[in-house]
Design a binder for this molecule. Structure first.
Ligand code: UDX
Length: 435
């Protein structure tokens, strides 16, 4: 099939390259010239395992192209909208400028038989409005939310755990479903569950899934707060309740909390939309979820200050990790970067490191000291703060690290180190919700 993908950020670039790997002809469109130049050269504009390989093979096959000119998308049978929906400046609601611009640019080239597929995360009710805008062209609209996780984006796109199609009622809905089944032929043939529903449900599925995941993380972080008061161990608690199959152990890792380009902004936009719909009370708990999450960052800062004897101006602190999670260079709403910035703001001599995210972090906060080499960050540190659980940080040897630092105190903001091993090597170990 001939596909276009409008918007080549995390979602769109991965989607475009993945669709080529499934055998389709794809053109990716973005207004950002440097992003398009990089994609054309086979370079992923961000760190995502596996993406460069499918970009290179897609470009070599001649079935993958990128352009800043939307006219290049004119002959596609299916147009995917994969533009960003960031948090609106000074508000909780989502900014739909890019979605509206993409649809406005597509409308003149739509014709009967063409399908527009929304993938961006949007406030409930957006798809119905867009369907009205394209109706006259004879093209159809489907809403097909994306659940990809950064770090696993290619795998999640090529072999998703479920497919959700929001389609209109009647004949056009049947046709839209058939088209999407052809797009995702391999996944459908492999028995991937397909949920066919209306627009509003498809939009709600996405925000509900992210709200649930955020709630699960904040739930365990709330238990960490209680554990800190009573001397309990939240990691044992998570293991114990996680054995109940109804609860499940995944996404029950207490620590410095969630960040990234999705969970934080999506729960805030959900609250804003529910309030507009007169149902603010239904999701008011998400405001608490957000507050618990932010308090975890305060806690790490508090532990770090205590570790340097409450004297930030004399202290050097190594911050291990800047990305919002491992296998990513994404620092959007990153708890790790936030902790580094706040410690620096309090007068601490912060040296931050990350295997991938230093350039992005430096662009946003040039006032911090960065290094790509963890040894340089650790050298002479009065305290060490681990805030992104990269495998190389989990594997640090407490004896070797002990030889680099000035003072053996570590704050494990992700609860990934073995407290016994670190204590045995002479360290003061502080976890999150652990005695
Ligand atoms: C998320 C959703 O998982 C994905 O389905 C959706 O499409 C986009 O948003 P992503 O932002 O890539 O994906 O990250 P995810 O793996 O969900 O992690 C989000 C944050 O939660 C990270 O900062 C991570 O460190 C944190 N987290 C995750 C925890 O603090 N504890 C956990 O147990 C799990």
């Amino acid at each position: 099939m001939k596909l276009s993908v409008i918007g080549c950020g995390y979602l769109g670039a991965v989607h475009a390259a993945s669709m080529t790997s499934l055998g389709h002809d794809v053109v990716g469109i973005d207004v950002d010239e440097s992003k398009i130049a990089s994609l054309r050269a086979g370079r992923a504009p961000f760190f995502e395992p596996g993406l460069s390989a499918i970009l290179e093979s897609g470009l070599a096959s001649g079935r993958l192209a990128f352009s800043t000119d939307i006219a290049e998308a004119a002959d596609a049978d299916v147009h995917f909208i994969a533009v960003g929906t960031p948090q609106r400046r000074g508000a909780y609601a989502a900014d739909l400028t890019y979605v509206d611009a993409a649809v406005a640019a597509l409308v003149p080239m739509l014709r009967p038989g063409v399908l527009v597929v929304g993938k961006s995360t949007v406030p409930i009710g957006t798809a119905a409005g867009l369907a009205d805008q394209i109706r006259e062209t004879g093209a159809e609209l489907a809403w097909n939310p994306e659940f990809l996780r950064e770090g696993f984006a290619v795998q999640d796109t090529v072999t998703p755990d479920r497919l959700v199609y929001g389609v209109p009622e009647g004949e056009s809905g049947v046709a839209a479903r058939a088209t999407l089944d052809r797009v995702y032929r391999d996944a459908v043939a492999a028995g991937t569950p397909v949920v066919v529903t209306d627009y509003a449900t498809a939009e709600l599925v996405k925000v509900a899934a992210n709200a649930f995941l955020a709630t699960k993380i904040s739930f365990i972080n709330a238990m960490a707060e209680i554990s800190e008061v009573v001397g309990a161990d939240v990691t044992h608690l998570a293991d114990a309740i996680g054995h109940d199959a109804r609860i499940g152990r995944r996404f029950l890792n207490a620590g410095v909390g969630f960040g990234g380009g999705c969970l934080p902004k999506d729960i805030r936009a959900f609250v804003a939309r529910a309030e507009e719909l007169g149902r603010g009370e239904s999701v008011a708990f998400l405001t608490q979820v957000d507050a618990i999450n932010r308090r975890r960052r305060d806690r790490v800062v508090e532990l770090a200050l205590a570790a340097v004897g409450g004297e930030p101006h004399r202290a050097r602190v190594a911050v291990l990790g800047l990305a919002f999670k491992p296998d990513s260079d994404d620092v959007r709403d990153s708890p790790a970067l936030d902790v580094a910035v706040r410690l620096h703001g309090l007068g601490v001599d912060v040296v931050a490191t990350d295997p991938e995210a230093v350039p992005n972090a430096r662009r946003l906060h040039p006032q911090l000291s960065f290094t790509a080499a963890p040894e340089d960050a650790l050298q002479g540190a009065d305290a060490v703060v681990l805030v992104t659980e990269w495998p190389e940080y989990r594997a640090l040897d407490p004896v070797i690290v002990g030889g680099l630092v000035r003072n053996r105190t570590i704050i494990d903001g992700r609860n990934v180190l073995d407290p016994a091993a670190w204590r045995a090597a002479g360290w003061t170990y502080r976890g999150m919700g652990r005695p």
